[in-house]
Design a protein around this ligand. Structure first.
Ligand SMILES: Nc1ncnc2c1ncn2[C@@H]1O[C@H](COP(=O)(O)OP(=O)(O)OP(=O)(O)O)[C@@H](O)[C@H]1O
Length: 258
């Protein structure tokens, strides 16, 4: 990890008519961080990711991804990979065609596209199915295709919404190993997941969103230490504590990012 910020937001806020989805979100995430983004259903995680990937405009506030303003989606696209909850892939295409198409959109050269497709299809055990239509794929195979697509242009920042969803244990382990390797090489991984043991294992920093506000942030160990209890604590205990109505106030844990 170095001091360069890959993701920074300043009072990022999104209102949908009468709903406030995200309010005054301030993030400062250095390159090489695996940032576990947690929160109950409806907390504002997807809205945050959609703002950070330029898919929806904030109502107010600003953000930069890899130094580029999110208001300029064209400028951020080459720097980001995004795996939403439902992988954005075409049933009519084969995985190879889908990935070639995506590589072209990312301005990759043909030889880079072919090299990356081959490496990643092998890594995720999909090579034998690469020339079958995606419409014939299982949920896990679709998920792997979406994940490869998010990674193939080697973006500096990767946004992942439940990346291990639908994967068998071996594939889920491969994903975890790949994410650790990416972060070791300076890629920033923004990981939204309800699977707390996965976040606890992978994340170097965890942020917990509750009703649109960041109510806790810090390393999993720091957050656990801040729980006032003699019992052994898990990230799940922290999650339940900070997402009750008796909102746990954020304080010194943010210092670790600044
Ligand atoms: N397009 C939209 N129009 C109106 N309200 C929306 C829209 N998208 C999200 N919301 C509302 O914004 C709030 C935050 O939703 P969001 O999808 O960001 O939460 P989330 O944390 O991703 O939830 P989940 O874990 O269930 O996926 C919710 O109250 C939701 O109903």
């Amino acid at each position: 990890m170095n001091g360069k910020l890959s993701i920074s937001t300043d009072s990022l806020t999104k209102h949908y008519s009468t709903t406030t989805a995200v309010i005054d979100l301030n993030l400062a995430i250095p390159a090489g961080t695996i940032y576990g983004f947690l929160g109950p259903n409806g907390a504002g995680k997807t809205t945050t990711i959609r703002m950070l990937t330029g898919l929806t405009m904030p109502t107010c506030g600003t953000a930069k991804i890899a130094g580029q303003s999110i208001s300029d989606r064209k400028a951020i696209i080459p720097h980001i990979g995004y795996l939403p909850e439902s992988p954005p892939i075409y049933n009519e295409l084969t995985a190879r065609e889908q990935l070639e198409y995506h590589g072209g959109l990312c301005d990759m050269s043909l030889s880079d596209i072919q090299d990356r497709i081959s490496i990643l299809l092998n890594r995720f055990g999909l090579i034998e199915h690469a020339d079958k239509r995606i419409s014939t794929y299982s949920k896990g195979m679709r998920q792997k295709t979406g994940l490869i697509q998010a990674l193939m242009h080697e973006p500096e920042v990767i946004f992942l919404d439940e990346p291990t969803s639908g994967l068998d244990p071996r594939a889920a382990r491969t994903v975890r190993e790949v994410l650790i390797e990416l972060a070791d090489n300076g890629t920033t991984v923004f990981l939204s997941s309800h699977i707390l043991p996965v976040v606890e294992e992978l994340a170097t920093v965890v942020g917990i969103l509750y009703e649109g506000s960041l109510v806790a942030e810090g390393s999993p160990d720091v957050l656990k230490e801040r729980m006032i209890s003699s019992d052994e604590q898990t990230l799940e205990d922290v999650f339940f504590k900070v997402t009750t109505d008796d909102v746990y106030k954020e304080n010194e844990s943010r210092d670790i990012l600044e």
